[in-house]
Design a protein around this ligand. Structure first.
Ligand code: ZN
Length: 271
């Protein structure tokens, strides 16, 4: 069953997309539309419905926060149907020419994203719309190509997938905890009141919620570092931290998503 619903926070339109062949979706992703700027394009599995609903919207340009399939999935479809361009970091442009094959769990939830031609964004100048100005920051850690957008006058932060939740239990193999800490630390120097997270938009205590995520990651990183420097191996560190592997998630993602990946990410940094 495909899900597509609309809502708003202040002047930002939210499109919530989900898909599950067996019933109600387990996971959702949001795209945001503000003053003609579409931020991310949802997952391929809901492409047809999303393009249809966007027919009635004015869109001038698309920004991709990063290449993951739940963000970039319909970029080519929307570009063509609207006759507009899409932009992302230069690394995102490169990856989107040949996106990596995704594993079965992600294929079922989101679908495989196809190659797309997008243009590199100039991060030294803000993206201007009729009423707003968005600063662009390179904020790697969740994905190396990820950018965040910030509208200072309205206090809107679009952090890609850097928040998702106050704490997390699993990492993708490619995630980098040290870089996530640095990116979130930088974003917390900004003055914002709404966090347009693509999996959980937050309009109350937004800054505190992102600070919670930073505290969680710093605490986790510090404990893994301490244990590793004492000579423990990754399995012993799991036990030392009182953690249990998310076996089902690890299994269906073919190891791409796991708690152990969080520990490995810290150890890679220390080596
Ligand atoms: Zn992502």
């Amino acid at each position: 069953m495909n899900h597509l619903s609309r809502s708003c926070i202040e002047d930002v339109r939210l499109f919530k997309l989900g898909s599950n062949i067996l019933g109600k979706p387990n996971v959702y992703v949001y795209s945001f539309l503000v003053d003609g700027l579409l931020i991310d394009t949802g997952q391929p599995l809901v492409g047809r419905e999303f393009v249809e609903i966007l027919q009635e919207e004015d869109i001038d340009k698309i920004i991709l926060t990063h290449h993951h399939e739940d963000h970039s999935g319909n970029v080519e479809l929307i570009k063509k149907s609207k006759g507009i361009n899409a932009y992302g970091s230069s690394l995102c442009c490169e990856i989107m020419l040949s996106p990596p094959r995704i594993e079965p769990a992600r294929l079922v939830s989101w679908g495989q994203n196809k190659a797309a031609r997008i243009l590199p964004i100039d991060m030294s100048v803000p993206i201007k719309t009729d009423s707003y100005s968005f600063q662009v920051f390179h904020t790697p850690g969740h994905a190396a190509d990820q950018i965040s957008l910030y509208e200072a006058n309205r206090g809107w932060l679009f952090p890609g997938d850097l928040f998702v939740h106050d704490y997390i239990r699993a990492f993708m193999r490619t995630e980098n905890m040290g870089e996530q800490i640095q990116s979130i630390d930088m974003l917390l120097t900004l003055d914002f009141t709404v966090l347009f997270c693509h999996h959980q938009p937050v309009s109350k205590n937004a800054k505190q919620r992102l600070a919670n995520k930073l505290n969680f990651l710093e605490d986790f990183y510090g404990k893994v570092k301490e244990a590793y420097l004492e000579g423990m191996n990754p399995k012993q560190i799991m036990k030392f931290l009182g953690l249990k592997e998310q076996r089902l998630i690890k299994f269906i993602s073919l190891g791409q998503l796991s708690t152990m990946n969080m520990i490995h990410s810290v150890i890679r940094d220390l080596k």
